[in-house]
Design a protein around this ligand. Sequence first.
Ligand SMILES: Cc1cc2nc3c(=O)[nH]c(=O)nc-3n(C[C@H](O)[C@H](O)[C@H](O)COP(=O)(O)O)c2cc1C
Length: 412
Amino acid sequence: MDKLSQPRQRPEVQRELRRHFLRFLAASPFFAEALSETGWAQGTPPGDPKFAIPAAKDALSLLDFEALARQTLPPAHWGYMASGVDDNATLNANINAYSRIELRPRRLVDVSKIDYSIELFGVKYDSPIFLCPVGGHRMFHPEGELATGRASKAKNVMQVLSTQTSIAVEEVAKARGNAPWFQLYMPSKWEDAEKLVNRAQDAGCPAIAWTIDNLAGRNLETAERFRRNDTRECITCHATPNGGRRNTAMFTGLSGGGINPLDASWELFDKLRKITKVKLLLKGVETGEDAKMAREHGVDGIIVSNHGGRATEDLRPTIKTLPEVIQAVGNQIPVLVDGGVRRGSDAFKALAMGAKAVGIGRPYTWGLTAFGQQGVERVIDILQAELQRTMRQCGTPTVARITRSSVEAHLS
Ligand SMILES: Cc1cc2nc3c(=O)[nH]c(=O)nc-3n(C[C@H](O)[C@H](O)[C@H](O)COP(=O)(O)O)c2cc1C
């Protein structure tokens, strides 16, 4: 196992988790086969009453929500949420890389007032933490993206809505009071792409982020193992018998062709740039070379992402990639990052490494699963409380005061 794939809990915690986990496995033949062949475990063991929380406000850390989501969801839906690709090594690398960045606390700075608000494309948000696009929220909670949208409105954080949303962008915009950012999966047919982009723009989305890390096909192996072990009839909640994952909300009125064309190129980006009147970002940039290309082709912003380890098993933690991307584009455009953020101190580290905003994916879907809107809000609250504490401890009362000298990174 390479250094990046090592769990980040302390040894005594690891031992305890392993003991609970084994007890659980012994009692659960249903999961045994699936779990024994994968390495996806990232947090608390399922079914452990020690982690049970009656209300969202009782959660102490994001991992409390993970444990609940694991207990609550049917296996196929849990597997889809938890899965990375192949051996889940990139998923784990994202998380573990944060434990190789040290904080550099500074003392005797007046930190009586902390301001972690940010401004992005002229809009003020109360937090640098944003909600990444995650497909099909109704898989996790009946209120789906409406609950997430209301939570993001209540906390004034940025939300990026997936093309694979289970609820249409217009409805989510209504629930939020203003439209979220829209994440684009490029349809194979250009006329469908135009329709999708225009629909998002007409709904008022101030930015569109084209996800380019998932164009070459992927192996969501853990998800597939859980799906095979799920005895329910998929047809009860999917349009297709084998759990077809295409949500229809944004595909109504399109030709029915595929998405993520293999022949996508910078020429296609140029075409997209021409028809996009709002801010246009690329999500899934992982090298300085591509960041430079993106800049040359007129991108407005970049989200450094590997899809939460769900695209390519490239073993590149996003926090390690971030400086390379920032160096390539200079200060000209905002660079955001997501992947592996599980503590407010992780968000602090990402800001210190130069991110303008820090995205979370799985953590808020754990909260959504467990308690709907309140769960998502509590996830944001916990992260912000941890971020605030870290800002105080490091003598950085504003986001602007968080700089590269606030951390010492050991990432190479
Ligand atoms: C269940 C699930 C579904 C996702 N769906 C999408 C999607 O539809 N579009 C997209 O660009 N990214 C999608 N992502 C990736 C997230 O936007 C984000 O990059 C990732 O979750 C960040 O990593 P984290 O989960 O460790 O926070 C998905 C991630 C998960 C876990």
